[in-house]
Design a protein around this ligand. Structure first.
Ligand SMILES: [Zn+2]
Ligand SMILES: [Zn+2]
Ligand SMILES: [Zn+2]
Length: 163
């Protein structure tokens, strides 16, 4: 078993710091600006390993008196997706921070129905199977993200049961 699902008691501050480093590096490399609002939206997407909805982000920003409107949030989210820093989880209509934004990659998400945590997997075997299937059927693939619902190891109980 891999460590795709972090223990509930892990140091999440470290995850956020690392993500902010990635965001800064990627913006610099692409020559785009990580404005304060983009940075704050990115931080809010990274507040946990649970996908977060645009309106949840908007509510928090309003609480911070940032005078944010829905288009502001959607534009920031689009920017972050475009840079490969976050992904959209279609089945939940929500967003999650990319666990490894250095390189473009196919994603599969394992989403826990109990705690809501989504783990990002980038398994080349799965993507290879999709590519082979596409070739067999003459289908040209677009977005190849897979979303799988179920129960994570933390919620199944066992050694690292702590919440
Ligand atoms: Zn974390
Ligand atoms: Zn990713
Ligand atoms: Zn869970």
């Amino acid at each position: 078993m891999t460590t795709a699902f972090k223990n509930h008691g892990h140091d999440h501050g470290h995850c956020i710091e690392q993500a902010l480093d990635w965001a800064a590096a990627k913006s610099t490399r692409r020559g785009v600006r990580l404005t304060p609002i983009r940075r704050r939206v990115f931080e809010l997407v990274w507040q946990s390993h649970r996908p977060v909805g645009a309106y949840d982000i908007l509510e928090i920003l309003k609480g911070e008196k940032r005078n944010a409107q829905p288009p502001t949030v959607y534009r920031a989210l689009d920017f972050l997706i475009e840079l490969g820093l976050i992904h959209r989880i279609e089945s939940l209509n929500a967003y999650i921070g990319c666990s490894d934004p250095q390189l473009a990659h196919p994603s599969q998400f394992l989403i826990c129905r109990d705690c809501g945590i989504a783990a990002e997997i980038s398994d080349k075997r799965i993507d290879g199977a999709i590519a082979a299937l596409a070739e067999e059927t003459g289908f040209v693939t677009g977005k190849r993200t897979l979303e799988v619902e179920g129960q994570c190891p933390n919620c199944r109980g066992g050694a690292n049961h702590a919440r």
